[in-house]
Design a protein around this ligand. Structure first.
Ligand code: 26V
Length: 818
């Protein structure tokens, strides 16, 4: 977007904010105050631009995308918004004149961490891309007061601290209290026949929770369009009533108030026990009901009818968490707008699409029916009706296949299966990589795929690459611009042109100098934050992602133990010095994952204490993995570890961020690694391990015996012997047993031992390839050149075209000025 403001104007606007908000001038203001004033000036500019396209009055008539997600991970906004609006330099100069440093302010910003990992970050990448592609697209979620916990590592173990991001992060939120909605919980249903012979359901005795919108404006790159991420905060309609106090009911009413406020208190509580489950169910209904009521109301206000609702809105369900949108829309249509069931159902079906993000059975959501009925009685009765109609159809389509019908049922065994409700109701269901989309059809929803094969599709994930390439790695970005021009900033496929430089030694040398400089930056961050000195000449090998057994951080650690033993056995063994970086949060109640974090830290300690090893092999566990930490890591990475068991990682997106920064992938044929292979070819990555088919065959055979495997392999025996003893003074019995427990056949559920030999070989190839600097840099260049496919711009255009059926904004660039 072009800029019509001058440095002087921005400087004076900041001064003005300091004066009016804090009664300070630039001499007396604190860093925090200057930070707030700066963001606030930028936010005003954004709001002004936003008003051009989204006023409350009936306005544009383009179809909009509503992206419903329990999680968004925007990370920081200041740098991104300045970049997108092309005003970085003006703000930098203005602040400079006031005696402040833009970089320092950027570093102060807390991450908005309203998500756990890949799914949440993807949602934020797509909002960025929607605005960039000039598609009206809004996110809707919960304004969690506390986001993903802050991870502290103490004595090698993870500790969780609250993340009170709002104390500074609120600068990006625009409160819109006048657009509140009321959400109803509990109570009873009463049915009565109207004089027209219709059955009218009335909901009585419910508790009301008020939903207040806090809007985060979303900029796109060089785009006049700003979208919104609407975050709902819960509060109670109850005010303190001193009369109740006198009657002794004060505490009772405060309890109800507390119940309402707790709903938006914290991101995803544990999913283990009933109380937790109930709170999560309430969170889901809370933000869904508020969002759907708002959408229907707004639509009706604008058009005076709901006839064209489905033509104007594409409602997307990000994993099953927002599934309640389906029955909630039906409820509003039928109960509040007196629509017939069939019309309501048709409308909903035409609006709703669903993306599946995981095949892990423990993550497929279902709700105990009795709890659901008690909490959301009207939604329960509507789901029963959807289920009844589904049952009639299944009896027709699969009369002789009872077990298939049971698998497809929405209500079964006292549970409500949200994924089946989604697939039953959505017009399109997609996976997030080619392989994952196949698995969804074949293994997750085979019955539905037989009935309506056309419903299933796939869109390979993409990333907001400007954040990780242009903003996080400016030197590389400048080099690319010098070589192929600046168009790659808008069209990532332009990166392909870099291939012409694969034999240009000068370019390859500069590429490696940039990597070295980024490695030094990361090394100084590590030195400043952890007091550990790193060798920037060692290979920077990176595995950063949530901690989960299926992602196999343990395979990486076992290989490090193998290298350690090798050096101990032969101090002259010829290995490239390597620094292995890990960063990972574990769910607070996921015991074995926490043990693996402890193990990584203990291995780090053991290596560090050994003078024969510490300059050749290092493990660094970076605390508190987050969007902003990933922006420091990706530019410095040389090896990208994507080593999940084939068939388990739906896509992965860290793999894409690392690739576009020139890291080479060591990976299995899983998720989007398959697409990476297609982009760069076998010779430009390090593939290893079983294929999905091989995993399936091994599972089917029932013959996998890790104990036997260990005994017949000298390397594995030695590693596991080491693992069965003390590492840096700590015993990891449970980790050891997870690989080789008593009843052998139930251990090593993710086939780490089976894939070990092949992993080791791939790592040897990495070591060899790194010695040939020219070859390594050529491979790296190939990876950058091939990474354009993984742009979120491409992904949202595919969604827009094939799933949402929305065109980009008409007359796009005409008023691209702020
Ligand atoms: C599920 C559960 C269930 C247990 C309670 C906590 C919890 C939290 C989140 C989830 C859903 C996890 C789904 C997810 O994050 N999938 C990731 O989505 C990425 C974007 O599509 C994809 O790249 C990753 O491969 C996939 O693991």
């Amino acid at each position: 977007m072009n800029m019509t403001h001058t440095t002087t104007e921005i400087r004076e606007a900041i001064r003005d904010k300091l004066q009016r908000h804090f009664g300070r001038d630039s001499e007396t203001a604190t860093q925090k105050q200057i930070y707030r004033a700066t963001c606030s000036v930028l936010r005003d500019m954004m709001t002004e631009q936003w008003m051009k396209h989204h006023c409350d009055e009936p306005g544009h008539e383009e179809k909009e995308v509503i992206y419903l997600s329990m999680e968004f991970l925007p990370g920081t906004s200041l740098r991104n918004n300045l970049f997108n609006l092309n005003v970085t330099e003006i703000f930098r100069d203005a602040l400079d004149q006031l005696g402040f440093d833009l970089e320092k302010l950027q570093d102060m910003e807390p991450d908005a961490g309203l998500g756990n990992g890949g799914l949440g970050r993807l949602a934020s990448c797509y909002l960025d891309a929607l605005a960039t592609q000039r598609i009206f697209g809004h996110g809707m979620s919960i304004c969690y007061e506390y986001g993903i916990f802050k991870q502290k590592i103490r004595d090698g173990r993870q500790e969780e601290l609250p993340d009170d991001w709002l104390t500074l992060g609120d600068v990006w939120l625009v409160p819109k209290d006048d657009e509140f909605e009321e959400v109803r919980f509990g109570g009873k249903l009463e049915e009565a026949w109207t004089t027209e012979g219709k059955l009218k359901v009335t909901h009585k005795g419910y508790t009301t929770v008020v939903a207040l919108p806090r809007d985060m404006l979303i900029t796109g790159y060089d785009s006049p369009l700003l979208n919104t991420l609407r975050l709902w905060e819960s509060t109670s309609p109850i005010t303190i009533d001193m009369k109740l106090f006198a009657e002794g009911k004060y505490l009772q009413s405060m309890e109800e108030k507390h119940m309402a406020e707790v709903i938006s208190k914290i991101l995803y509580p544990e999913d283990a026990h009933r109380e937790g489950k109930l709170l999560r169910m309430k969170q889901q209904y809370f933000f869904i009901s508020a969002s759907m009521q708002y959408l229907v109301k707004k639509h009706f206000r604008q058009y005076g009818t709901l006839d064209n609702f489905q033509d104007k809105l594409a409602i997307h369900i990000n994993d099953t968490h927002p599934t309640m949108a389906i029955p909630e829309l039906i409820r509003i249509f039928v109960d509040e707008y007196e629509m017939d069931w069939n019309d309501a159902w048709d409308k909903v079906r035409q609006c709703i699409s669903y993306t599946n993000h995981t095949v892990m059975p423990e993550a497929l959501e279902s709700w105990p029916e009795d709890l659901f009925r008690e909490t959301l009685p009207r939604l329960h009765s509507l789901i029963q009706e959807i289920n009844r109609r589904q049952h009639i159809r299944l009896m027709q389509n699969f009369p002789n296949e009872e077990s298939l019908r049971n698998e497809m049922a929405i209500l079964a065994k006292g549970q409500i299966r949200m994924a089946n409700l989604c697939v039953e109701s959505a017009h399109t269901v997609n996976g997030v990589s080619g392989l994952h989309s196949q698995i969804i059809r074949k293994d997750l929803f085979p019955g539905f795929a037989r009935e309506t094969p056309g419903k299933f599709t796939g869109v390979t994930n993409g990333i907001a690459y400007r954040r990780w390439l242009c903003q996080a790695n400016p030197q590389l970005c400048d080099l690319i611009e010098e070589l192929i021009g600046g168009r790659f900033r808008k069209d990532a496929s332009e990166l392909e042109q870099l291939r012409k430089y694969e034999d240009d030694k000068n370019v390859l040398r500069r590429l490696s100098e940039i990597k070295k400089s980024n490695k030094r930056n990361l090394a100084s961050y590590v030195e400043n934050t952890m007091g550990i000195r790193l060798d920037a000449d060692s290979v920077f090998d990176v595995q950063v992602k949530r901690l989960h057994e299926y992602k196999r951080q343990l395979l990486n650690l076992m290989h490090i133990l193998y290298l350690y033993l090798k050096i101990k056995e032969n101090p002259n063994s010829d290995l490239c010095p390597r620094t292995f970086f890990f960063a990972a949060k574990s769910a607070a109640g996921y015991h074995i994952a926490k043990e693996i974090i402890h193990l990584a830290n203990s291995i780090a300690g053991m290596l560090e204490k050994d003078p024969a090893v510490r300059d050749r092999l290092k493990v660094v566990f970076l605390e508190n993995y987050s969007v902003s930490l990933s922006e420091r890591i990706m530019p410095a990475a040389e090896v990208s570890e994507q080593i999940s068991l084939a068939g388990k990682e739906a896509s992965g997106t860290g793999n894409m961020k690392l690739m576009i920064n020139g890291a080479l992938t060591v990976g299995t044929l899983d998720g989007a690694n398959v697409e990476i292979l297609r982009q760069v070819g076998n010779e430009n990555m390090f593939l290893f391990g079983m294929t999905v088919e091989e995993v399936e065959a091994l599972v089917r055979s029932g013959s996998y015996d890790p104990w036997n495997l260990m005994q017949s392999d000298a390397d594995l025996s030695a590693i596991l012997r080491l693992l069965s003893g003390k590492i840096d003074g700590v015993r990891f019995t449970e980790v050891f047993h997870s690989l080789t427990a008593g009843d052998h056949k139930n251990s090593d559920a993710y086939f780490i031992l089976q894939d070990f030999a092949s992993y080791k070989e791939a790592q040897q190839k990495v070591d060899q390839a790194y010695r040939d600097t020219l070859r390594w840099n050529r491979m790296s260049l190939h990876n950058i050149a091939g990474a354009g496919l993984f742009s979120a711009d491409r992904a949202v255009l595919e969604y827009a075209d094939r799933i949402w059926h929305v065109p980009p904004m008409a007359n796009g660039g005409s008023d691209a000025h702020i």
